[in-house]
Design a protein around this ligand. Structure first.
Ligand code: ADP
Ligand code: MG
Length: 256
C-alpha cells in the first residue's frame, strides 16, 4: 500500500528550478528521512504533499498522497479538508496558537483545519476532550493541558503539535525540521515520539533532518535532495561518508 507517490515532479519559482524530475514512492508505515543541504527543496516537497504549493503547470508531475492526486483535488471543500485531516504537518516554527491552552491547541485537530479561534468555545464534545487527553498522555505532557501554548519550551510545543496530529488521526505525518531548534535532549524525545507513533500505529512519517546521525538512529530509509534533484534514495546505511561529502560539498561545514 502506497502512502506517497511522486512522479516526474518539477517545481519552479520564477525561473529558478526548486525541484527537478523527482520520483519515488513511500509505502504506508515507513519512516523516511528527507535530507539535503538548505535550499535543496525539502520544505517545498513537503508543502507540495499538502497542497500548500503546486507543481509546475506545464509539467507531467504527479503527486499522490493516500491515493489522492493533491495537484488535482478540485474545489470540493469537504474533500480537501478530509485530505488535510489525513495528513499531519509539523514544522520547525511550532504551529500553535500561542494564546490558547495546550488542550485547545490539540482539540483543533478534531476540526481538520484551523478555524477562527473565536468560534472555538464550547465546541467540543466530551469524547473529543477524552481523545485529546489521551493524545497528550501519549506524548507525555498531560499535566500541561491547561497551560497557555506560549509558556512552553520548544520541545513541549512540538509534542503538542504531534498530539494534534494524533487527534486528527493523521495517517501520514510530515515533519519539517521538527528538532532543529531544540536542545539535544528534547530533540531525542521528539524523535522518539515520532518513532513510536510510526512503529506502534503504523503511521507513515516523513521527517526532514539536518543531523545525519539523528537520521541514522531513527530512520531506515533516506531520500536525499541536492539542488532540487534526487541524489539518493535507499537504506540510510547506503548514505556513506563519501556520498554525504558529495551531498554537502557546496554547503557550509556547519550544515553537516
Ligand atoms: P530546503 O527546505 O531544502 O532548505 P526549500 O524547499 O525551502 O529548501 O527551497 C528550495 C529552493 O526554492 C531554494 O532555492 C529556495 O530559495 C526556493 N524557494 C522556496 N520557496 C520559495 C518561494 N516561496 N519563492 C521563491 N523561491 C522559493
Ligand atoms: Mg526547509
Amino acid at each position: 500500500m502506497t502512502a506517497i507517490s511522486v512522479e516526474r515532479l518539477d517545481k519552479s519559482f520564477g525561473n529558478h528550478a526548486a525541484l527537478r524530475d523527482i520520483g519515488f514512492e513511500i509505502a504506508k508505515g515507513e519512516m523516511v528521512t528527507l535530507i539535503g543541504p538548505s535550499g535543496s527543496g525539502k520544505s517545498t516537497l513537503l508543502r507540495l504533499f499538502i497542497g500548500l504549493t503546486a507543481a509546475d503547470r506545464q509539467s507531467h508531475s504527479h503527486v499522490r498522497v493516500l491515493a489522492r492526486d493533491v495537484q488535482r483535488q478540485g474545489r470540493l471543500v469537504g474533500a480537501r479538508r478530509e485530505q488535510r485531516r489525513r495528513t499531519g504537518y509539523i514544522f520547525q516554527q511550532f504551529n500553535l496558537v500561542s494564546r490558547l491552552s495546550v488542550m485547545t491547541n490539540v482539540l483543533i485537530g478534531h476540526l481538520g483545519a484551523m478555524p477562527r479561534w473565536r468560534a472555538l468555545a464550547g465546541r467540543f464534545t466530551r469524547r473529543e476532550y477524552d481523545a485529546a487527553r489521551r493524545a497528550l498522555a501519549r506524548v507525555g505532557i498531560e499535566d500541561l493541558a491547561e497551560q497557555r501554548a506560549n509558556t512552553l519550551s520548544g520541545g513541549q510545543m512540538q509534542r503538542v503539535a504531534i498530539a494534534r496530529a494524533l487527534v486528527q488521526d493523521a495517517e501520514v505525518i510530515l515533519a519539517d525540521e521538527p528538532i532543529s531548534s531544540l536542545d539535544p535532549r528534547s530533540a531525542r524525545e521528539v524523535m522518539e515520539i515520532l518513532e513510536r507513533i510510526n512503529r506502534e500505529d503504523g503511521r507513515t512519517v516523513v521527517v526532514t533532518l539536518h543531523q545525519v546521525d539523528v537520521a541514522r538512529r531513527y530512520c531506515r530509509r533516506a531520500i536525499a535532495l541536492k539542488k532540487g534533484r534526487l541524489y539518493y534514495d535507499g537504506p540510510i546505511s547506503g548514505l556513506t561518508d563519501t556520498r554525504l561529502q558529495v551531498l554537502y560539498e557546496d554547503a557550509g561545514l556547519d550544515e553537516l
